[in-house]
Design a protein around this ligand. Structure first.
Ligand code: AHR
Length: 929
């Protein structure tokens, strides 16, 4: 478990929190007087007094650039730079900002950049070659025009027994080849390339052909080896400026904290916002904006939404689920035997996909096999529970099996007897009724006599599942999700979709049909997926709650953070092209399974599962925030073209990396543009300050390019302040609803004490569902969606009795009129922000007016993330005639983790809305006939 937590924490810290640091006046560090390393080096810095001068007009036109990674963190922080005029005294650039980071392999142990070698190629492009680790038969290279924007990383293979460290690169002008010499074990090897895509097999070279020109410099991180290039001064200036901008943005985001609010907004006691509606500029927006992201993370499926009460019902848990770090995690997990023999066998299994089963050997009727469920089995007095087991009886005579539900104090809450007589696998069902409530009961199976029994797929379901479906969903959780009124459900992930390595890619065909024939597998979040909750159940649930199904299928590559296997780490192990034809066919089969007639091959399977009518699948996501590598592009393109050709009616959603910026984002968008993909999936988890400061993010988007599905986003926390920063951002998504078609907060569910990721939208235990304040925001937006956006302008003023010492103008009035209606094409310049000034106030207020034309409803959303009340005046003109209104308000203190939504129904709708918004609140007006 510790390992799992570590994995998640590392993932959170490094993957999502790329906060960078920089400094206006970088400190100066002397070069080391000695050179280290066993190999020849041409650098020989000597120490003199430190050069205090930052890059300035007094600095020579060209300077030395030292590039290095820090071995202490195995290069996790990426490629750093320092500069010098004389190679003696060195100045940090960007205070060890990582200008490019290695993206190979899993978080924590991999993503290493060892001994990077930076150089400019013959065309003037910067290239960096580095070692991934001491033993791997792969290395890494990437290129950049300016040392700031870096292109795709490539991880070329060497021969199996070769490894790669301390590369040195030379250019042979005659042959126009780059010679990459490196150390492999105790040998010197060399590979050559012309384009950094194709490399010759590495061959052994004499030591004389390996000249390491790295030097050693003393820097805060230690004595560091790196190589030096001569660059124009402007290169350093740009690098410095870039890191400072990053730092400035990070500082600005940090500033947006409730801790600072009382001082930042001290001078303003109240505020009035006059909102002017521009109904003539209305525009259609997506009516499917709010949906949910479902991933089996935090025990969201097994032990969560999937109502099965027994854990490890199929005896298929394997130590590999937990990467062999938990010796208790095996086929017997969650089971204990008392007074009888309990072994696991796999001869003549129930189904080849479920090879393991339990063998019970009893000498009397006294013993029992016990399952403790997920932290116990919850029961409700009077409720019925469907028990079933597949069993095989090798004895001469039939054997009784007593099924008991037992409370913590040993009292029996329900029991029923089965007679196991079949010598072949057979299913034995029985219903149990709970005599009392229990939060922590267990299941006990007791044989009536001595002998042997084989058992598999031991299952206990409440009969009261969501909509009473068999193999169904836990009702309270399913209802909580349905209450958001999501227009779509994305499943099965997240990283679960593309899995931990090739063999762990989620294959939909393994998740449909009879549960005993489904193929369980390890979960990338380090537990187990029974896939009892499979594609049929997901589609059925979507239909039940009126949401579009949005399955996401791996793009033929596993998660870029996969652990290293024989087939390589991360996405280097794409599905072999020889197998891609079948993989593509599986995706086409999914469309037939979902939409084809019951007479078609795959439609028949759906019908046999109990759904003869088509599911009307409209969207398929391909890929999940993948590394946009050559391997990815080749496979994605193949899948995309096949779907487009065979099913032009399906909207394919592409992927543009895990961040709102960076290489994968750029490369993903570039690919989407080239292939004309209709929509792409963006992901970002950021601070509340980021969401507050980036409300103009989509105002800048080119309306002619692919549409956006914001598939994963969340601010880092579950306080009201976090939730309201998301609400502000959601008003900006509505404003940009012509571009952003769909959005889903992530992750959705988390079982308390079993979380691999925080924050989440809904926490739960066996007996309770604990929605967060972030959930309340999603629910308010989900239930108040529109398909038309009515732009507004906002004028802010502070009453003349107030003082606004923090206003940069020093006046009591804060004029702030902004056109917040994004044009359909082109860009809107973001208003600049100054802490405590006009913009600081303005960006804490969100207004969105939408209309649901199908139901003739107008909805006004008002977010006040200020610590002061704000009066909003909005003239709705004719729109209110003869109408009623309903008001919902979510408010509280910024650190609150729970806050009620107060609903005031059926107020007459006045022409002029004159509403005082409480501090830290979201108010929604719904105006209807
Ligand atoms: O939402 C949790 C994880 O965040 C998803 O699995 C992954 O896609 C992202 O990195």
């Amino acid at each position: 478990m510790k390992k799992v937590l570590f994995f998640a924490l590392v993932l959170l810290a490094s993957h999502k929190g790329r906060s960078q640091s920089g400094q206006a006046q970088p400190p100066v560090y002397p070069a080391s007087p000695t050179l280290t390393g066993s190999l020849t080096s041409t650098g020989s810095p000597s120490l003199t007094g430190p050069d205090k001068s930052p890059v300035s007009t007094g600095t020579p036109d060209s300077v030395f650039l030292f590039s290095y990674a820090t071995p202490k963190d195995k290069g996790h922080s990426g490629l750093h730079f320092a500069w010098s005029t004389d190679k003696k005294t060195w100045n940090l650039i960007g205070n060890e900002y990582g200008y490019v980071k290695s993206d190979y392999g899993e978080w924590g142990s991999q993503k290493q950049m060892n001994s990077p070698y930076l150089f400019q190629d013959a065309a003037g492009q910067w290239r960096c070659v580095w070692s991934l680790n001491e033993s791997l038969d792969q290395f890494a290279c990437a290129a950049s025009p300016d040392l700031i924007d870096w292109g795709r990383q490539r991880y070329p293979y060497l021969k199996q027994n070769q490894s790669f460290r301390q590369p040195v690169v030379h250019y042979n002008k005659t042959t126009r080849e780059y010679l990459i010499a490196f150390i492999s074990g105790d040998q010197y090897l060399r590979t050559t390339t012309k384009d950094f895509k194709v490399f010759t097999p590495a061959v052994s070279v004499p030591v004389s052909q390996y000249t390491d020109d790295r030097i050693t410099v003393n820097l805060p991180a230690g004595s560091l080896r790196g190589n030096v290039a001569k660059v124009p001064r402007q290169v350093v200036e740009r690098l410095d400026q870039f890191s400072q901008e990053k730092q400035h943005k990070a500082d600005q985001a940090r500033e947006e904290s409730p801790k600072n609010d009382s001082t930042r907004f001290a001078g303003i006691k109240s505020l009035t916002a006059t909102v002017t509606l521009k109904p003539e500029s209305r525009k259609p927006i997506s009516s499917s904006l709010i949906g949910v992201f479902f991933e089996d993370i935090n025990y969201a499926a097994d032990g969560g939404l999937y109502a099965e009460l027994l854990q490890n019902r199929d005896f298929e848990y394997t130590p590999g689920d937990r990467k062999y770090h938990d010796s208790t995690w095996n086929s017997k997990y969650s089971w204990t035997a008392k007074g009888l023999g309990f072994t696991i066998d796999s001869a003549a299994p129930l189904h080849p996909n479920n090879p393991h089963y339990a063998v019970l050997d009893a000498t009397s009727s006294k013993g029992a096999l016990i399952n403790s469920g997920y932290d116990g089995i919850p029961l409700k007095k009077g409720d019925e529970y469907a028990f079933s087991v597949f069993a095989r009886n090798p004895n001469e005579k039939s054997t009784g099996l007593l099924v008991k539900l037992v409370a913590q104090d040993g009292s029996i809450l329900a029991q029923a007897a089965l007679n196991i007589d079949a010598q072949q696998w057979q299913k034995y069902p029985v219903t149990l009724t709970a005599a009392a409530d229990a939060s922590n009961a267990s299941l006990e199976l007791q044989m009536s006599t001595g002998g042997r029994l084989m058992l598999d797929m031991v299952s206990l379901f409440p009969k009261k599942t969501f909509k009473g479906r068999s193999n169904g969903m836990r009702a309270d959780l399913a209802e909580a999700i349905a209450a958001i009124h999501p227009r779509f459900i994305r499943f099965p992930g997240g990283c679960v979709t593309h899995g931990d390595g090739l063999d762990n890619i989620y294959r939909w065909k393994n998740t449909v049909g009879p549960i005993e024939a489904r193929k369980p597998q390890p979960n990338i979040w380090r537990y187990h997926q029974s896939v009892g909750l499979g594609f049929f159940e997901y589609f059925q649930y979507c239909e039940d709650i009126g949401a579009e199904p949005l399955p996401v299928i791996a793009a033929g590559v596993p998660c870029q953070n996969s652990s290293l296997t024989a087939k390589g780490g991360g996405q280097q192990g794409g599905i072999p092209m020889s197998e891609m034809g079948q993989y593509v066919q599986d995706i086409l089969d999914l469309v037939e399974w979902a939409n084809g007639p019951a007479t078609s091959k795959w439609g028949k399977l759906r019908a046999e599962s109990g759904h003869p009518a088509p599911f009307h699948l409209k969207y398929i996501g391909i890929g999940n925030e993948d590394l946009i590598s050559d391997i990815f592009e080749e496979r994605f393109t193949m899948i995309y073209k096949a779907i487009r050709q065979k099913h032009p009616e399906i909207t394919v959603i592409g992927t543009v990396g895990p961040f709102y910026t960076g290489t994968d984002y750029e490369q993903g968008w570039d690919l989407a543009g080239r292939l004309k993909i209709p929509m792409v999936d963006e992901h970002y988890y950021e601070s509340p300050g980021w969401f507050i400061n980036n409300q103009d993010f989509y105002d800048h988007y080119d309306r002619t390019k692919p549409k956006v599905y914001l598939g994963e986003y969340a601010s880092w926390g579950n306080t009201l302040f976090n939730a309201l920063s998301e609400a502000l951002y959601l008003t900006s998504l509505e404003r940009n609803g012509d571009v952003v078609q769909m959005a889903s907060y992530a992750p959705l569910l988390a079982r308390e004490k079993h979380t691999q990721w925080n924050p989440d939208l809904i926490y739960f235990s066996n007996t309770e569902v604990r929605p967060t304040v972030n959930y309340e925001v999603q629910k308010l937006f989900g239930n108040n969606a529109g398909n038309e956006y009515l732009p507004t302008t906002i004028q802010l003023s502070v009453p003349s009795t107030d003082h606004s010492p923090t206003s940069p103008t020093g006046q009591s009035s804060v004029p702030s009129t902004e056109q917040f209606s994004a044009p359909s094409k082109g860009q809107v310049t973001a208003p600049s922000t100054s802490p405590g000034g006009d913009q600081a106030v303005r960006k804490r207020l969100g207004v969105s007016v939408v209309r649901d034309t199908t139901n003739d409803v107008i909805i006004i959303k008002l977010v006040n993330l200020l610590p002061i009340p704000t009066t909003v005046k909005l003239d709705l003109g004719d729109l209110t005639k003869g109408r009623q209104a309903e008001r919902s308000v979510l408010h509280g203190l910024p650190d609150d983790k729970a806050a009620p939504v107060t609903v005031t129904a059926t107020l007459p709708a006045d022409q002029v809305l004159n509403e005082t918004l409480p501090p830290y609140s979201l108010t929604v007006w719904k105006i209807h006939r």
